[in-house]
Each structure stands twice: as structure tokens, then as C-alpha cells.
Design a protein around this ligand. Structure first.
Ligand code: HEC
Ligand code: HEC
Length: 235
């Protein structure tokens, strides 16, 4: 929408100096850093915030599901890397809980989202997630979601690996190596591409407490393209 308006404006000779102002009106661009931080909090809040890792199993985590302990306190564990809970990757297997996704809150009021996360069976106190972090997290839930079905089909990215190769070589390879094996503390990148939903989330929001950039401003299509290329790397 903004780009279309700018093209129209440019054709009438209006100065291109209006670009930053027009972009700032786009909530997701103006708040990209906050939303990306929210995405990392969704991934593993206690690591991002430097708070104690929970030891008990979360009270809302189903007794007959497979996980226990701190894993059950991660937003992603109950709601999915793809945000659609039982309708997505966690529809079966060791991460299945049957708990609803958060897609119903996409575009939602951040005060209502905050109330949902603080209250009810959730019980995320301000000692766990402080108010500033909660603002980022609620903005992520409201403005940071994308429709994963547009980028992943049958467990694989539908992105363009040719575009992805160029992006990987110029953005990722310096840290991760051309073959995706340079960082020894993590599995080979090619192996991680088996979970494209997680890969796309991490490319867009970054990795908690690591130097890895958040690519949110470039959008989910480029993240899907990179993920499609990464699937060709050695496992
Ligand atoms: C142990 C499982 C569990 C964890 C962890 C969890 N949730 Fe939930 N969440 C639920 C359940 C269950 C619901 C369904 C509503 C209810 O019963 O409270 C829910 C509902 C929601 C909703 C409302 C969805 C809707 O459409 O009404 C949002 C938003 C949400 N969670 C966000 C989060 C965020 C953000 C985190 C991480 C801080 C989180 N949840 C962690 C279990 C969990
Ligand atoms: C500035 C360096 C840097 C850049 C650039 C970077 N990363 Fe990372 N990335 C890291 C570090 C450090 C980690 C954490 C590794 C670990 O687990 O110890 C990481 C972690 C990851 C993980 C999660 C690994 C896991 O164990 O779950 C993925 C996926 C990933 N990077 C993909 C990418 C992709 C794709 C790109 C390019 C878009 C990229 N990274 C760019 C440094 C970087």
C-alpha cells in the first residue's frame, strides 16, 4: 500500500524525501525491532530476559503430552513455531498438545493479548516477563504473525532456492559457513532445514542472546527462500 502510494506521489513530482515518513506509518516497519524481540521472547523468554529458567512443568501443559520442565514454559511449545498450534507442525508427534494457536489474536488489541498472557491458566508474572518485554511480546502476537501455509507445504519450504542462495551467501555464510557447519555448537544448518517453520521464525526474529540478525524487515518470503536453499546444504 505504502509503496503504491509513493509511486503515485513520485509520478506527480512529490519529493522522495517523504519515504521515511510514509514507511513509519506502517506499524510493522516502525516497530520491527520491538516485534522481533517479541519473537525471541516467544522462542525462549527466560534466556532473552536473563531470568531464572522454570523447573516445574507448566500447569496448563497437558499431562498426557510428551514434554516436562522448562520446555513447557516456552510459548512455542504450546502454540507452535508456526503459531497455528494443532493445525500446523505440532498436529502430531512429541510436541502435540492440542492447544489452540495464537493466530486468532493476529491484529488483535495488545491490552487484551497482555491480559491473556498474564492471566488465566497462563500465569506469566512480571517477575518472569516484565512490562517492557510484555509490550514487545504482545506486539509480536498482534503484528508479527504471518500465514505459514503460504511458505511451507508438506514439511518443506516452497521458497525459491536461487534467491535463497544469494541471500545465504551474502548474509548468513560469514557466521555459519558456506556449508552451514561453521558454528560447532549447533547442528548442521542443512539438518535444521527439516523444521522449516522454526527456521523461518528464527531467520525473521533472530536467535535469543546471539549476535544473529533479525531479518524481519525483509519479510517471510525471503526467509522461506533462504530456508529452501538451506535444505540443499549437507546434513
Ligand atoms: C503450557 C501451555 C502454554 C504455554 C507455555 C503458553 N500458552 Fe498461550 N494458551 C494456552 C492455552 C491452553 C490457551 C487457550 C486459552 C486458555 O485456556 O487460557 C492459550 C491461549 C493463548 C492466547 C489466546 C489465543 C486466542 O485466540 O484466544 C494467546 C495470545 C497466547 N496463548 C499467547 C501465549 C504466549 C505469548 C505465551 C508465552 C509467553 C504462551 N501463550 C504460552 C497454553 C499455553
Ligand atoms: C553475526 C553472525 C550470524 C549471522 C549473520 C547469522 N547467524 Fe544464525 N546463528 C548465529 C549464532 C551465534 C547462533 C547460535 C548458535 C548456537 O546455538 O550456539 C545462530 C543460530 C542460528 C539458528 C538456530 C540454530 C539452533 O540450534 O536452533 C539458525 C536456524 C540460524 N542461525 C540460521 C541463520 C540463517 C539462515 C542466517 C542468515 C539469514 C543466519 N543464521 C545469520 C550467528 C549468526
Amino acid at each position: 500500500m505504502c509503496r503504491f502510494l509513493l509511486i503515485v506521489a513520485a509520478s506527480f513530482g512529490v519529493s522522495t524525501l517523504t519515504v521515511p515518513v510514509a514507511q513509519a506509518q506502517d506499524l510493522t516497519i516502525a516497530n520491527a525491532a520491538s516485534i522481533a524481540r517479541g519473537g525471541q521472547i516467544y522462542d525462549k523468554w527466560w534466556k532473552v530476559l536473563g531470568n531464572p529458567e522454570p523447573t516445574e512443568t507448566h500447569a496448563a501443559y497437558p499431562a498426557d503430552s510428551a514434554k516436562d520442565g522448562s520446555a513447557t514454559w516456552r510459548c512455542k511449545e504450546c502454540h507452535g513455531w508456526d503459531y497455528i498450534g494443532p493445525n500446523g507442525r505440532y498436529s502430531s508427534g512429541s510436541h502435540f498438545t492440542g492447544i489452540t494457536g495464537i493466530e486468532g489474536m493476529a491484529g488483535g488489541d495488545t491490552a487484551a493479548i497482555t491480559a491473556a498472557i498474564r492471566g488465566g491458566s497462563h500465569g506469566f508474572t512480571s517477575d518472569m516477563i516484565d512490562d517492557a518485554a510484555m509490550a514487545d511480546l504482545a506486539l509480536f502476537v498482534s503484528q508479527g504473525q504471518y500465514d505459514i501455509t503460504a511458505y511451507v507445504t508438506d514439511g518443506a519450504s516452497t521458497g525459491d532456492p536461487v534467491v535463497g542462495e544469494a541471500a545465504y551467501a551474502t548474509i548468513c555464510a560469514g557466521c555459519h559457513g558456506d556449508d552451514g557447519m561453521k558454528i560447532k555448537e549447533m547442528p548442521p544448518m542443512g539438518e535444521l532445514s527439516g523444521n522449516p517453520q522454526e527456521m523461518i521464525h528464527k531467520i525473521i526474529n533472530g536467535q535469543p542472546t546471539e549476535s544473529m540478525p533479525a531479518m524481519r524487515i525483509f519479510g517471510p518470503q525471503l526467509a522461506a527462500d533462504i530456508t529452501a536453499y538451506v535444505a540443499t546444504l549437507p546434513q
